[in-house]
Design a protein around this ligand. Structure first.
Ligand SMILES: [Zn+2]
Length: 243
């Protein structure tokens, strides 16, 4: 049991230093720096030079139990010293990453930090935070908590706007971030997505109601709704609507 309790009181640096000395008992222990980084995936990096041992790990693993960090330390250090990764550690680490909530966290960081969110709220023409706060003041008594706001990577014509509840994020198509697009159109698409935040999807049996009666009534409150819709219609041929 001593090993167990030692594990729980170790810092990440101490874990890596201990595992390193297990692999290389005759080498003086290097200075260890462990940094948890906002990566878009589960990658980890290790480097060993005169300055010491530098480890960078995804911050998704920041709260991971000590045995998991120990497993990761063994995986990274065995690779560093060019020896086979011990199965027990590879298995333990893999099983942990495969847990449902871990898969979810990793999927989330991938979407939020990965390709989807290349640009933040400040676009080339329009600042979504600024527009959000104006709409918030006008239509929501300034009470709506601001979600993540960003422009899509690609200028989609099919999806002008999108609210992702799992990420609490509103993403607008980059297509709208152009001088040729009237600000009113951008305001309307953002307003529509804000209503998705305000009125969540209703489930009636197997039916999913995205635009509920309350949603539609609230949308009618938007000033110059008709002009905004017409501007979007000109922009997108066919029946494209923000969703
Ligand atoms: Zn919609």
């Amino acid at each position: 049991m001593q090993l167990q309790s030692a594990l729980f009181f170790e810092t990440a640096e101490e874990t890596f230093a201990r595992v390193f000395s297990e692999w290389k008992p005759r080498t003086p222990a290097p200075l260890v720096r462990v940094k948890f980084c906002k990566f878009a995936n589960a990658n980890s990096f290790i480097r060993w030079d005169e300055a010491g041992l530098e480890v960078r790990i995804t911050d998704v693993l920041e709260g991971a139990p000590a045995p998991i960090l120990e497993a990761l330390a063994n995986i990274l250090i065995s690779k560093l010293v060019r020896r086979p990764v011990p199965k027990i550690h590879a298995e333990r680490y893999r099983r942990y990453l495969n847990r449902k909530e871990m898969r979810r966290s990793l999927q989330l960081v991938k979407q939020v930090r990965g390709r989807k969110f290349v640009s933040g709220p400040q676009g080339a023409c329009y600042n979504l935070e600024q527009i959000f706060e104006e709409l918030n003041g006008c239509y929501f008594h300034g009470l709506m908590a601001r979600p993540l706001l960003g422009w899509s990577r690609k200028p989609s014509r099919v999806m002008l706007g999108h609210y992702a509840p799992s990420h609490n994020a509103i993403i607008l198509s980059k297509l709208l971030d152009r001088p040729a697009i009237p600000r009113l159109a951008v305001e309307y698409v953002l307003f529509h997505e804000m209503l998705h935040l305000r009125f969540p999807v209703e489930h009636r049996g197997a039916r999913r109601c995205v635009h509920t009666r309350d949603f539609k009534a609230a949308e009618k409150q938007f000033a110059s709704l008709r002009q905004a819709k017409e501007a979007l219609k000109r922009l997108c041929s066919g029946s494209d609507n923000p969703d």
